[in-house]
Design a protein around this ligand. Structure first.
Ligand code: PRP
Ligand code: URA
Length: 217
């Protein structure tokens, strides 16, 4: 059964763009473009419950009660692959801050290794959005969530995880360890292969964005 904190987009535009993203013929330039577009659509869905506050706005016709985002938002892209999701999220939330977190997955143990952390000194934030295109074993995501919670992102601070493609194994790992974290993804795929890659997936999201390595079999 799917955990209640999992949201899988059903939007036709998302489905269409996923087809382009997954295609092994899609070159890095187009791949980056589609990562950005999908991030925008996913971010739009993930922010549906964000708080707004009222703000007086004067149109060319009259003055009215308008709105502005009322949350202090931190974007946490997981290096490298999460970098491609940042620009779209900043378009949606121009006042958000970006706090880079460097994690790579050891290819033998599949365990995450932290190598960079740009979180500010204090957890002065309402909402943390973790950005990573892939949720595979869930090791990187749970490590990122643990870093955030140790830093001070605990209730009432909310943490949301945004992934383009998730595997059931990763969703379960995150939901079991952190049932308070909502997961938003564009697709929930079948399973992992024996190298920890998502099937059918899209290969290696970092390599495909930045033109390095070769796609995983
Ligand atoms: C990928 C991906 C996630 C992680 C997911 O990063 O971007 O961070 O793997 O796998 P997991 O759920 O099993 O932890 P990778 O470690 O390949 O680093 P990169 O972004 O630098 O390529
Ligand atoms: N990381 C990726 O980039 N792709 C996968 O399928 C799994 C982890």
């Amino acid at each position: 059964m799917l955990p209640p904190n999992l949201h899988v987009s059903q939007h036709p535009a998302v489905l269409h763009k996923l087809g382009i993203l997954r295609d092994q013929k899609t070159e890095p330039k187009k791949f980056r473009e589609v990562v950005r577009e999908l991030s925008w659509l996913l971010g739009y869905e993930a922010l549906a419950d964000a708080r707004v506050r009222s703000k007086r706005v004067t149109t060319p016709i009259e003055t009215m009660d308008g709105h502005e985002l009322g949350e202090r938002i931190g974007l946490i892209p997981i290096l490298r692959a999460g970098l491609g999701m940042v620009d779209a999220m900043l378009e949606l939330m121009p006042t958000a801050e970006v706090w880079h977190l460097g994690l790579f997955r050891d290819e033998h143990t599949l365990r995450p290794v932290e190598y960079y952390n740009k979180l500010p000194d204090s957890a002065n934030v309402d909402l943390c959005l973790i950005l990573d295109p892939m949720l595979a074993t869930g090791g990187s995501a749970t490590a990122a969530i643990e870093v955030l919670k140790r830093w001070g992102a605990v209730k009432p601070v909310r943490i949301k995880l945004l992934n383009l493609i998730a595997a059931p194994e990763g969703v379960k790992a995150v939901a079991d360890a952190h049932p308070d974290v909502e997961i938003f993804c564009a697709a929930l795929d079948r399973q992992l292969n024996d190298k920890g890659y998502i099937m059918p997936g899209l290969g290696d999201a970092g390599d495909r964005q930045f033109g390095t390595g070769k796609a995983a079999e």
